[in-house]
Design a protein around this ligand. Structure first.
Ligand SMILES: [Ca+2]
Length: 322
């Protein structure tokens, strides 16, 4: 596959153990060209997310890929952030005490970088958003044309007809900045969102982990070392004999859209109260008599089924020998 035919992808990320898996899968996917990583708080604070993104690219030998640092606060300038270090370790990467990266982020902010790349390659860039959506909402504020210049935004976020993972109402990435998520979902951009209803079907089992640990590949070895804490969390929190592959599943939606099926509708996000962060889908099958908060808003695509065995096969293929 020639370079020109490869889909240009920016990964907006908060590494994060499953972010690390997704980034490595992306770097080993000939179908896509990763043109940048942008960082956001979520699993860790933004500053550490940037360090981790640089570190992961150094581990993978891909320091040619730029990293742009994202927002340290929510779209409404909130500083009380929810950080999931109890899932990923205080360093976000399984408490391995890695040395700091040698490289530095570029001077541009994440939002500026995303806006500029979308303009430079109009209609050709896919953003895969693996954390709270602050940077994407900022890009939309920065450039009113952004929702037209960006090719597609694939979001790991939301919980459709299932419970959330922060609390029964909310999924973590949407909960991280519900106001930003509501801006993004109602922006009119080409959006595909992959929620917990789909990612909870993709389980990387203890047996898969065993296979990974036996691999001599550098990235496989690296992941074997950091995954332990992620497995412990899943064993305790869900009682599953494996971990959910949230971020790699969303990433693979960019690599091969046929791995998922989707429906279309209007999503609004609850921004306050006990259901803060809840994603509510209007499937548009009913014509409501009154005007609602969902009326006349653009639709987005919502993943409904996933070929989980195929996702697991591709993830293993691209990680085990790398
Ligand atoms: Ca993530």
């Amino acid at each position: 596959m020639g370079k020109a035919e490869r889909k240009k992808v920016i990964i907006d990320t908060d590494p994060g153990i499953d972010d690390a898996m997704a980034i490595f899968v992306a770097l080993n996917s000939p179908e896509i060209e990763v043109i940048g990583l942008t960082t956001i708080y979520g699993n860790v604070y933004t500053e550490l997310a940037t360090k981790n993104a640089l570190h992961l690219l150094e581990i993978a030998g891909r320091t040619d890929i730029p990293v742009a640092e994202g927002s340290h606060v929510t779209i409404l300038k909130g500083t009380k952030l929810r950080i999931a270090d109890f899932v990923h370790g205080s360093d976000g990467l399984g408490n391995q005490n890695f040395p700091p990266p040698k490289g530095k982020a570029i001077d541009e902010s994440a939002a500026t970088f995303i806006v500029e790349k979308a303009k430079q390659f109009a209609g050709e860039v896919t953003v895969v958003a693996l954390g709270p959506l602050t940077n994407i909402a900022l890009a939309m504020e920065l450039d009113p044309e952004f929702s037209k210049t960006i090719g597609q935004i694939i979001i790991l976020g939301g919980a459709f007809s299932v419970n959330g993972n922060v609390n029964p109402a909310a999924e973590a990435n949407i909960f991280g900045d519900p106001d930003a998520a509501d801006i993004v979902f109602t922006s009119g951009a080409d959006i595909l969102t992959v929620g917990l209803n789909v990612t909870h079907q993709v389980i990387f089992t203890d047996a898969d982990f065993e296979k990974l640990t036996q691999s001599k590949g550098k990235l496989a070895q690296y992941l074997s070392n950091i995954l332990g804490i992620y497995f412990s969390y899943h064993h305790d929190a869900y009682g599953t004999q494996g971990v959910y592959l949230h971020d790699p599943t969303a990433l693979l939606a960019a690599v091969d859209p046929s791995l998922l099926t989707y429906t279309e509708g209007v999503i609004r996000v609850q921004t306050s109260g006990i259901t803060r962060g809840m994603t509510v889908l209007d499937n548009t099958r009913k014509t409501y008599g009154e005007v609602t908060e969902w009326s006349n808003k653009p639709t987005v695509k919502i993943a409904v089924t996933v070929d989980a065995p195929a996702i697991l096969r591709i993830v293993m293929e691209r990680l085990v020998n790398s």
